[in-house]
Design a protein around this ligand. Structure first.
Ligand SMILES: [Zn+2]
Length: 305
């Protein structure tokens, strides 16, 4: 196999649906871009549709794909088992290549001391492939928790909010979710909305954590949050934990949520492979309005303003 063919096959297996390269500015016209043909283009696709992914996750059965990708980059640093950081000498941009801890490492609902619980497919036949058990878990240590997964998100943003003192923690997070969130930011900015930061109120929810809240604030037994492809988000540039006044009319209300919804709809139109759930949540005494976004692979809508 020639070096180029080897490279291509390695990359194509990284993400079966390597979408056409879209420039980091978000203005790329996706449809006309030819398939990966040369090395620079190939490197771009590693960073996702948004061009902003900074971490890739490999199921244990795909761990042999890490090395060919690492070889595309100039520098490498092993950051603990299963976490290889590589950087390209031209841009200096760093990419983290994580090999997942196998799903089978979960014994009696735990990996190490971290309590995860039992996934829906461990209890009953999954209703579709999207509800199968995850391939494995990202090991998040106290040291690596701030690793960027993309330009605007870190591993820690998606962790289940419990077991504060237990390390390492384990995370299920799917790349298409992160890519979609970045594309929503791109779309908001394209529409002239000041959106520098999407706060993730809730990302991965381990099954045992999700179970405790079923029925509370619309939490579902089969929640996509358990599969690492869902996030409850709001634009929060000023970090006050509340949705910002996106249309500058002096109040935070459904009109601001609608701006967020329109951006998500636009991303789904441009990238049908990232289609999923979109849920709207009104303000309560406990929290301001927010939306749920996921990449379950089928369109779902709930909640109203
Ligand atoms: Zn949600």
């Amino acid at each position: 196999m020639t070096a180029l063919r080897h490279l291509r096959s390695a990359l194509l297996s990284v993400a079966v649906v390597l979408a056409p390269v879209v420039a980091a500015s978000g203005q790329g016209t996706a449809a006309a871009t030819p398939p990966v043909e040369n090395e620079p283009a190939a490197i771009d696709t590693i960073f996702g549709r948004s061009g902003r992914l900074l971490a890739r996750f490999f199921a244990p059965r795909h761990s042999m794909e890490v090395e060919p990708i690492a070889r595309l980059f100039g520098k490498r640093e092993q950051k603990g088992e299963g976490n290889l950081a590589v950087s390209d000498s031209i841009s200096g941009r760093q990419l983290s290549l994580f090999t997942l801890r196998p799903f089978a490492d979960k014994v009696n609902g735990r990996v190490g001391d971290y309590h995860i619980g039992r996934f829906p497919a461990e209890r009953r036949t999954p209703r579709s492939a999207a509800y199968e058990n995850p391939d494995g878990f990202i090991e998040v240590t106290f040291e690596n928790k701030d690793t960027p997964v993309s330009e605007h998100f870190r591993l820690v943003d998606f962790l289940t909010h419990d077991q504060k003192d237990v390390w390492p923690k384990y995370l299920v997070l799917r790349e298409p979710l992160v890519d979609k969130l970045e594309l929503v930011l791109v779309e908001l900015q394209r529409r002239g909305i000041k959106a520098e930061r999407l706060a993730v109120m809730s990302g991965f929810r381990s099954p045992q954590y999700n179970q405790k809240g079923v029925g509370f604030r619309g939490r579902a037994k089969d929640s996509r949050h358990q599969f690492g492809d869902a996030a409850d988000i709001l634009v929060d540039n000023n970090r006050d934990g509340r949705l910002d006044d996106l249309n500058h009319d002096g109040r935070v209300n459904s009109k601001d949520v609608r701006i967020l919804v329109a951006a998500v709809e636009a991303v789904e139109r441009d990238y049908p492979e990232l289609v999923g759930g979109l849920g709207l949540y009104r303000a309560t005494r406990a929290h301001g309005p927010f939306i749920h976004v996921d990449v379950r692979g089928a369109r779902a809508r709930w909640g109203r303003l």
